[in-house]
Structure formats: structure tokens, C-alpha cells
Design a binder for this molecule. Structure first.
Ligand SMILES: Nc1ncnc2c1ncn2[C@@H]1O[C@H](COP(=O)(O)OP(=O)(O)OP(=O)(O)O)[C@@H](O)[C@H]1O
Ligand SMILES: [Mg+2]
Length: 164
């Protein structure tokens, strides 16, 4: 399980990740957002590649700040898998292979977060999505619940609205 608590990262004057909190169980969680929204910085903090100046996260109960080493071994025998735009630039066949692999990982009981620009992709794959905008989580939920909430079948449209 992955839990973020007020995770924040500031580069000079840019709040790349701004007080981000969310929780991922044994499911596929899609992190969506426009260029520069903060997806990559969030994922890098979760694998202890970038130290967050404030907030923290727990991966399978291990604290990212207090036990970064424990998190790096978890990464070698992963119960948790993070994918940063894994299908970007791939052809249709390769995209399918990546998707099959991610589904296989879920069947193995892994907790998965992946970032994407493609609403169609997350609709196909994810149990839950989080939409990130200027470092903040501005919406979260299952695809079904979001469609119901915004009374639309077209989440691509909805995503464009959030980006404005
Ligand atoms: N090492 C760094 N130094 C300074 N600013 C950075 C650094 N890394 C990221 N940023 C800034 O932090 C913000 C978030 O960037 P990040 O790469 O996390 O976004 P992203 O959602 O992954 O975007 P993309 O969809 O383009 O991959 C941006 O404003 C970016 O310019
Ligand atoms: Mg990125």
C-alpha cells in the first residue's frame, strides 16, 4: 500500500508538488496531469530518488523519510510498482504489451501507480485515477464515480476542463 501525506517539493520558486495526499491499495492508480503538473516529481519522491522537503509517504508501512533504504530494497522485490508514462511514444502493439504487463502485475497482487497523458489509457486500465494540476491533486475517484459526478461519458473532455 502507498500513502502520501502532504508531500511537497519546491524547486527554487516552483511548487512542483504541493501538499499531495492520496492512498493506493492493491489496485491500479492512474496519475494524470498536463506537462509540468508534477507527476514525475511525485513518482521520483516515492522511490526515494528525490527527498521531499515536507510531508512524507509510506510504502507498505515504511516511512519514506525515516527509512529510505527499506523503500529502495521494496523496489527490488516489488509489491509496489511505479510507471512513469510507460507507453509514451510506443506503437499500438507495444502499448498493448505494456498494458498486459501492468494487468498481470495487478493480478499478482501488486499496488500500482502509473502516470499518463491519455485518458483513454487510464479508462482501460485503472481502478482509480487522480488528476494532478500545478502540483495539487484536484480530483480523485474511480472512473465510474467521476463519470457519474460530472454527468459525462467523456472523461477526456473533463480532463481538458481541469487543465484550464
Ligand atoms: N530538477 C528540477 N529542477 C527545477 N525544476 C524542476 C525539476 N524537475 C521538475 N521541475 C519543475 O517541477 C514542475 C513539475 O514537473 P514534473 O516533471 O514533475 O511534471 P510532470 O507532470 O511529470 O510533467 P510531464 O507530463 O511533462 O512529464 C515543472 O514546473 C518542472 O519544470
Ligand atoms: Mg513527467
Amino acid at each position: 500500500m502507498v500513502e502520501l501525506h502532504g508531500l511537497t517539493k519546491v524547486f527554487k520558486n516552483i511548487r512542483a508538488v504541493d501538499n499531495l495526499s492520496f492512498r493506493v491499495e492493491e489496485e491500479i492508480y492512474g496519475l494524470l496531469g498536463e506537462n509540468g503538473a508534477g507527476k514525475t516529481t511525485t513518482l521520483r519522491m516515492l522511490v526515494a530518488m528525490v527527498k521531499p522537503p515536507s510531508g512524507t509517504a509510506k510504502i507498505n508501512g515504511k516511512d519514506l523519510i525515516k527509512e529510505p533504504e527499506a523503500i529502495r530494497s521494496i523496489v527490488h522485490e516489488p509489491k509496489v510498482m511505479l510507471f512513469d508514462e510507460p507507453t509514451s511514444g510506443l506503437d499500438v502493439g507495444s502499448v498493448r504489451e505494456v498494458h498486459d504487463f501492468i494487468r498481470f502485475c495487478k493480478e499478482e497482487g501488486k499496488t500500482i501507480i502509473f502516470s499518463s497523458h491519455s485518458m483513454a489509457e487510464v479508462e482501460k486500465l485503472c481502478d482509480k485515477i487522480g488528476i494532478i494540476h500545478k502540483g495539487k491533486l484536484i480530483e480523485e475517484g474511480s472512473i465510474e464515480v467521476l463519470k457519474e459526478k460530472y454527468k459525462t461519458d467523456n472523461l477526456e473532455e473533463l480532463f481538458m476542463e481541469f487543465g484550464r
